[in-house]
Design a protein around this ligand. Structure first.
Ligand SMILES: [Mg+2]
Length: 239
């Protein structure tokens, strides 16, 4: 990762993964380049679930694996947890209080996850999401709220998130000057897609991204999943 010249920072489900022929073509395309593309996976899955997906789909092992919507960072190939990031996550983080407030909303269904750095719920009613957030603010609980796919609600430590985690990694490994592409398909990707780095919203993106603001550094691919990544790569980094 140190001194990476080219870097793909991508979400997994619905972005890198989802269209096998497109993925094979993208990986073949990268193999044919004279440069090496460092891979950073940034997913909403929890760590074990992300590892299973990498195995099932035979994905290349990434140099960095960011899981749980940017609340855990693991450095490959052994996937050692980043302790400094972990410490940052635990500052001003009060999951019990968040769960206590959530319990007063019938429409919020707690997601059973083997992690403590995030409080995640299923909810389809936007009014409930808004009312929940008002209560979190009223109780002065530091947090970041991310609603994705009309179903997944994540309450995260204030300094976390896919965008914050990506910036942390770019700084830590001095990779700001590399040729980067950020790729995503849903609401929890928005933060990293709007950092001002070359970014792609893949063709199959969820409605919440299709409605997002236009920006010169955001490329809207016509192809789905990995095919869209390749389309954007050729757009931003033609040589
Ligand atoms: Mg996704």
């Amino acid at each position: 990762m140190k001194n990476a010249t080219h870097l793909l920072a991508t979400d997994l489900d619905g972005t890198l993964v989802g269209d096998r022929p497109g993925l094979d073509e993208l990986l073949g395309f990268y193999k044919n380049q004279e440069y090496t593309v460092s891979l950073v996976y940034i997913t909403g899955r929890h760590f074990q679930s992300a590892l299973s997906l990498i195995k099932e789909e035979k994905l290349p092992v990434p140099e960095i694996l960011i899981t749980d919507v940017g609340t855990e960072i693991h450095a490959g190939p052994e996937f050692i947890k980043d302790g400094e990031w972990e410490e940052r996550m635990q500052q001003h983080w009060h999951p019990e209080e968040i769960d206590r407030i959530a319990a007063s909303f019938q429409a919020l269904q707690k997601q059973q996850l083997p992690v403590t750095n995030r409080c995640s719920y299923y909810v389809e009613d936007l009014k409930t999401v808004e009312a929940f957030e008002r209560q979190l603010l009223a109780a002065d609980i530091p947090h970041k709220l991310i609603y994705s796919g009309g179903r997944d609600l994540d309450i995260l430590p204030a300094k976390s998130g896919k965008g914050a985690a990506l910036e942390y990694i770019l700084d830590k490994f001095d990779a700001r000057e590399s040729k980067i592409l950020v790729a995503g398909d849903s609401g929890n990707d928005l933060e990293m897609l709007t950092l001002g780095l070359p970014s792609v919203i893949v063709g199959n993106a969820m409605p919440e991204l299709l409605e997002s603001e236009e920006h010169p550094m955001i490329f809207r691919a016509s192809k789905v999943c990995a095919g869209g990544i390749q389309e954007a790569w050729s757009h931003f980094h033609p040589n």
